[in-house]
Design a protein around this ligand. Structure first.
Ligand code: UD1
Ligand code: MG
Length: 497
């Protein structure tokens, strides 16, 4: 693998545009970031490798990658092992100078970083190490951590925090004068040290030369028999250059995830933070404890969101809309003053201004609802365009169809779009009225202004302005039902007597 050059490496990424303080960021270069993501996550007790677990719509690793890339400086190396193929896939979708290094077997955090030493040969600057299981970390915190190391000319700066419940974390052991002496893992603590509430949040900035020189020397004589990256703290503490700590302004951003319970806790916190941001921007959220909005979703002011709503992915919601209880909206674009009535599932669709959908509607991928259109209860729509002001109000399936303006589809209609092999298109032009219970066998076109009698099964195109009737003739047999009733009554009387 190519060694890293001494100098600033440009990263092509949109986050660069967001830099408020470019001078500040200049001063932490040259910088290389390593993300540790090879572990299995034994304490999760799941088959999925830990860093691939989902938090707010993307993997834990995705969150950390965003932080690393938004530092806007230098190479990012991801150490992968368990789930390496999935890790590669995630990385291939990101912009930036990203590289994957495989750690096999996984012998601890120190061993993980040592897999990157070849790539660091000849590099003199700062090496930031992030954990793939700390998804909330903000790039500003990392930048400050690197700054603190450089300003103090220290070998290491480490991010620390005070936790009410520090169990599971490595503890910061300080000398009487306050200087950091070492970091001890939970399993290697004495009873007394167990009371220390200052923890290692697992985020570091190293002097690259110190790292390259000292990391190969650490051993694995500890309770877990692993090579601990944290052993470097006492090495630096013992040498002249030393260790400095930096505490995050809000340490909750640096909470690590080791169990599903912690994942749930951090997930709730992350969600809450985004909801608060939306509320302060003028979005009314009735019950933030029961509303889930991924931070990739945008919502305009004056929109109201009821409980048990999930908004996901690249969803956008315009101003003055109302999303009623129980709806799940994914990757969809809603205009202004849209009303989503209770319990709708909407995926990869768009809904124009002033339209109303639901209750109990299912909009599947490729649905495009026009302005002022009305989609009612128990209606499923797939890959179809519904024109302005059109109504599909009850118990209907519309698939692979194109509806013009002011079309009215009655209750219980079906576009029969599939013959078991191929999908066919239904075109319903402006102003068509389709009576209830109509089957439209595609491919088919219903011409502008035409009318279809209820209960029809259409297999041929309907010309514009025509009436189509396509149903069996009805024959009535006078008195037949009454005669049958009489016959049955007589028979049952006989049996009883
Ligand atoms: C680590 C720290 C601990 C700190 C905590 C903060 C060590 C020895 N301990 O403990 O002091 O309080 O983080 O969250 O560093 N990984 C690899 N390869 C390995 C082992 C781990 O890539 O061989 C990766 C994991 O995938 C994970 C990260 O390193 O993303 C941290 O590993 P984890 O096992 O969670 O360490 P902790 O026990 O949390
Ligand atoms: Mg951890």
């Amino acid at each position: 693998m190519a060694p890293i050059f001494h100098g600033t490496i440009q990263v092509r990424d949109h986050h660069l545009e967001n830099f408020s303080d470019s001078m500040h960021h200049q001063t932490i270069t040259p910088l290389v970031t390593i993300i540790l993501a090879a572990g299995k996550g034994t304490r999760m007790n799941t088959s999925l490798p830990k860093v691939l677990h989902n938090l707010g719509g993307r993997s834990l690793l995705d969150h950390v990658l965003e932080t690393a890339v938004s530092l806007g400086t230098g190479k990012v190396i991801v150490v992968a092992g368990h789930g390496a193929e999935a890790v590669r896939k995630i990385i291939s979708k990101k912009n930036g100078d990203l590289e994957v290094v495989i750690q096999e077997p996984q012998l601890g955090t120190g061993h993980a970083v040592s897999q990157c030493l070849d790539m660091l040969s000849g590099f003199h600057g700062t090496v930031v190490v992030l954990s793939g299981d700390v998804p909330g970390l903000q790039s500003e915190t990392v930048r400050n951590l690197a700054r603190v190391r450089i300003d103090n000319q220290a070998s290491i700066s480490v991010l620390t925090g005070r936790l009410e419940d520090p169990s599971g974390y490595g503890r910061i052991i300080r000398q009487p004068d306050g200087a950091i002496q070492e970091i001890r893992e939970q399993k290697d603590l004495s009873e007394e040290q167990g009371n220390i509430k200052e923890v290692n949040l697992g985020v570091y900035a190293f002097d690259a030369s110190f790292l390259s020189r000292e990391l190969p020397k650490i051993g694995s004589e500890n309770a877990q028999g692993e090579y601990y990256l944290t052993d470097l703290i006492k090495v630096a503490a013992g040498s002249g250059s030393g260790v400095v700590s930096h505490s995050a302004a809000d340490h909750t951003e640096a909470l690590g995830i080791n169990t599903l319970e912690e994942l749930s806790g951090v997930g709730k916190m992350t969600n809450r933070r985004y909801l608060e941001k939306l509320m302060s921007s003028g979005v009314q959220i009735l019950d933030p404890d029961q509303t889930w909005i991924e931070d990739t979703v945008t919502v305009e002011p004056d929109t109201t969101i009821h409980p048990m709503v999930f908004l996901r992915g690249a969803t956008k919601i315009g101003a003055g809309s109302v999303i009623n209880p129980g709806s799940v909206i994914t990757d969809s674009n809603l205009g202004a003053r849209v009303e989503i009535r209770p319990y709708c599932v909407i995926t990869d669709s768009s809904i124009a201004d002033d339209a109303a959908v639901g209750p109990f509607a299912h909009l599947r991928p490729g649905t495009d609802i026009g302005p002022w259109a009305r989609i009612g209860n128990y209606v499923e729509i797939k890959k179809s365009v519904i024109g302005e002001g059109s109504k599909v109000s009850h118990l209907t399936y519309v698939g692979d169809a194109e509806l013009g303006q002011d079309v009215n589809i009655g209750a219980g209609c079906v576009t029969c779009n599939y013959d078991g092999f191929s999908k066919f298109k239904t075109v319903i032009e402006d102003g068509v009225f389709v009576g209830s219970g109509t089957m439209m066998v595609a491919p088919i076109t219903l011409g502008k202004g035409s009318l279809v009698a209820a209960g029809s099964t259409l297999t041929k195109d309907v010309p514009p302005d025509a009436l189509a009737v396509a149903r069996g003739q009805q024959s009535n047999k006078e008195g037949w039902a009454a005669a049958r009733r009489e016959k049955i009554t007589k028979k049952s009387k006989k049996e009883k007597s």
